[in-house]
Design a protein around this ligand. Structure first.
Ligand code: DX5
Ligand code: ZN
Length: 217
């Protein structure tokens, strides 16, 4: 699969979200960071904003839920129009049941791991997922430095995906930029979230294309 680049609107202007979505036309997905000030020490947006954004753009929404009680909330993001919903392994009470519910409602089901959460305990769950997200910063804020120490986990996850012959996408999120994306791609990632590297660029759409070219090289 060619590399997918998902700009994170966390680094966009929240008062102009429809325009900011348009500014990255050509991106594969728009990455929407939902934070509840409990699971992470930051607060962003919720279901009503996702509902409006889904109406305002043709680019599918990749909702990353950094919230407690995702078992209760994730299905509502599918109903709001998200094409992919990611819950955190550390927060889900019943990840298999939740992934099945997300899929049954018609979205791609995805699970995220914070930097200190290993992949190995989740090996048997991988067939239930459409994507696995490996955080390459501590979740909560854009613009943080990429954690190189996550590269072995990306590699081990790619091995597990191969071993089980799965179609699972492997996403990385946090500090992904022109100077780190090649290392992520080499380690086996194929979906790349980039916030500050895209919205901090003078031409965000061009930044998306450049990142994709680098990741595919
Ligand atoms: C951080 C969020 C990321 C964030 C990435 O917790 O999950 O999606 O927007 O921002 P950058 O690309 O600037 O590290
Ligand atoms: Zn994110």
């Amino acid at each position: 699969m060619p590399a997918q680049i998902n700009p994170s609107i966390l680094s966009a202007d929240f008062a102009r979200l429809a325009d900011e979505a348009e500014a990255v036309r050509g991106a594969d997905w728009l990455h929407v960071d939902v934070m509840d000030n409990h699971f992470v020490p930051n607060l962003t947006l919720g279901v009503p904003v996702v509902e409006s954004l889904a109406r305002a753009t043709d680019t599918p929404l990749d909702c990353h839920l950094m919230i407690e009680a995702p078992d209760r909330w994730a299905p509502q993001y599918v109903e709001a129009g998200a094409g992919s919903v990611t819950f955190h392994a550390e927060a889900a009470a019943a990840p298999v049941r939740l992934a099945r519910e997300i899929r049954a409602k018609g979205a791609r089901a995805s699970m995220a791991l914070k930097p200190a959460t290993p992949i190995e305990p989740y090996e048997d769950l991988l067939p239930e997922l459409d994507m696995l997200l490996i955080m390459t910063v501590e979740p909560g804020f854009g613009g943080q430095a990429f954690l190189d120490i996550m590269l072995p986990k990306i590699r081990r996850t790619r091995e597990l995906i191969k071993k089980h012959g799965l179609e699972l996408w492997l996403q990385v999120d946090g500090g992904v930029s022109a100077s780190t994306i090649e290392r992520c791609a080499d380690a086996g990632a194929d979906v790349f979230v980039a916030g500050s590297a895209v919205y901090g660029a003078s031409d965000p759409a061009e930044a998306v294309r450049a990142l994709r070219t680098q990741a595919d090289a």
